[in-house]
Write a protein that binds this ligand. Structure first.
Ligand code: SF4
Length: 359
């Protein structure tokens, strides 16, 4: 039986149940989900499915990430709510490609882990599956592992196996609507110019989950721990001095309450230059290099080859008089006299993060 897989949270429990209910059947997983956006999130979900299938001894195949075809298919349905017309097209596509894969592999049965997701309509899935059976002769196995306490069992398995729990269905449209309703920042869509790995970003999790898989392969015991913390994202920074744009970098946790500020350097102390407004501090690249033990030739070079967030935070700490200091700190190629205009669009916000500890 070919099992279309959408994510590990749905698939681990579902595959365990299938193994128990169809002991004679050789199960093959098929991860085909070009709806998942961004691509790093797709990789993260696939990685956790790989781990889950490995644990269960199930072969796994990866489908094509034909994202552009998927986008073309759902064109005009961008504003549909979840379980609406866009989701129907999304299921149809994933099911259609999976069923064709089953035909190609000579499989006679197919099912999908979407059947256990509370966000999906089982009726919708059954209808698509039955249509495909009529057309191609591949039987759709419409198991119901959701009712009769199935959802609670699924939550238990998710916790026990420490699976990756994504908090959105997958596509950019569902994500946008969800974050709008939650009034939350869509930080999944940030991609820094210099590919710096931001705290609690998808790339951060990808690294962590890859490390976890390595530990498991080596037989190393570990513990995943979650914590709340103050996160930060920066959208845009522009600085002009005497109306002339200069290259600049704002250190992590730099914010301005109204995004804009202007002023002049009022005084300097220990190579830190203090502006007369918003408690803004300026340092030269030379000072930054000294504090971070690096050798950037220009601010631009630093932006495209950034230090890790941890090393940048260390520099920030060296420039602050208390660990709670939230002053905006800017790095310039050199400190120039004149009227400074700053536009900084950046946010700090409460967030969750996972850590991996070796036991
Ligand atoms: S919300 Fe989920 S099911 Fe619906 S279109 Fe987006 S990814 Fe597909």
């Amino acid at each position: 039986m070919l099992v279309h897989i959408c994510c590990s949270v749905d698939s681990h429990f579902f595959l365990e149940k299938l193994q128990a209910d169809f002991p004679e059947e050789k199960l093959t997983g098929f991860f085909y989900d070009p709806n998942i956006h961004p691509y790093s999130e797709y990789r993260l979900r696939y990685l956790d499915v790989q781990r889950s299938c490995k644990k269960l001894g199930i072969d796994l195949l990866e489908g094509e990430y034909d994202f552009e075809t998927w986008m073309t298919l759902v064109r005009g349905l961008e504003n549909e709510p979840e379980k609406g017309a866009r989701c129907e097209v999304c299921f149809d596509r994933r099911f259609d490609v999976s069923a064709k894969k089953a035909l190609e592999l000579g499989e006679k049965k197919i099912t999908t882990t979407l059947l256990v997701s509370p966000l999906k309509s089982q009726e919708q899935l059954k209808r698509v599956g039955d249509m495909f059976y009529e057309k191609n002769g591949v039987e759709f196995i419409a198991v119901d592992y959701r009712s009769g306490g199935g959802s609670q069992d699924q939550s238990r398995v998710t916790k026990e196996e420490q699976l990756y729990r994504q908090d959105y269905c997958g596509c950019i449209y569902g994500l946008t609507m969800q974050r709008d309703q939650q009034g939350k920042l869509m930080d999944e869509m940030f991609s820094p110019l210099g590919k710096q790995i931001l705290p609690a970003s998808i790339e951060d999790r990808l690294e962590l989950y890859q490390r976890r898989m390595d530990y498991e392969d080596e037989g190393q015991e570990y513990q995943l721990v979650r914590e709340k913390f103050l996160n930060y994202r920066q959208y845009n920074l522009k600085i002009s001095i005497s109306k002339k744009r200069v290259d600049a970098h704002a250190l992590i946790y730099s914010t301005l309450p109204r995004k804009k500020a202007n002023g002049r350097i009022e005084h300097s102390l220990n190579d830190i230059n203090f502006m007369n407004r918003e408690e803004a501090k300026f340092i030269s690249l030379e000072t930054f290099n000294k504090l971070s033990n690096s050798s950037f030739k220009t601010v631009k070079e630093m932006i495209f080859n950034p230090l890790s967030v941890e090393r940048e935070s260390e520099v920030r700490q060296k420039l602050c008089y208390s660990p709670y200091d939230l002053s905006p700190i800017f790095v310039l190629n050199e400190i120039i006299e004149g009227k400074i205009d700053i536009y900084l669009d950046a946010k700090t916000y409460e967030d969750n993060r996972e850590y991996l500890f070796v036991k």
